[in-house]
Design a protein around this ligand. Sequence first.
Ligand code: MN
Length: 166
Amino acid sequence: MKGKMEFHTVRGYQLLEQDKRVLTSSMEDYLEMIYRHSLESGYIRINTLSELLNVHPSSATKMVQKLVKSGMVNYQKYGIIFLTEKGKQVGQYLYDRHNIIEKFLSIIGINENILVETELIEHNISPNTLLNIDLFNKFLEENPDFAERFREFKEARSGTITGRDA
Ligand code: MN
């Protein structure tokens, strides 16, 4: 699992780089959602996609056509979208990136708006930083006592701040 995620993360990013980052943040959101949904069924319909992203079907169609141009998806008949091989690899990178950031925020104790925070961070983070955050998450998973000490440290510190204010 560890090796797998790192392989896909790096490979997916290399494919993004080859395209000189032609994917806008919005295209990344679409590709991530297509990947997420395709994990279960292998494809996604344009109507499902527009519902999940809360956009009008015509906007979704426009964006999907951009993803077709960049070689990420096939979209032909019956409103069905399939990922290409490249789309699968880049999609996996975007999907992993989201999950790594969300997990990190959860570890440091962010409970409020964690999804919104993740969405804000994910589009701008470098793959090197992401890989190191992934390692940090895994380190804490393997050493739960460190995570526990951090929680205690945080609690003690927020107590201090409250005390100072009082
Ligand atoms: Mn996301």
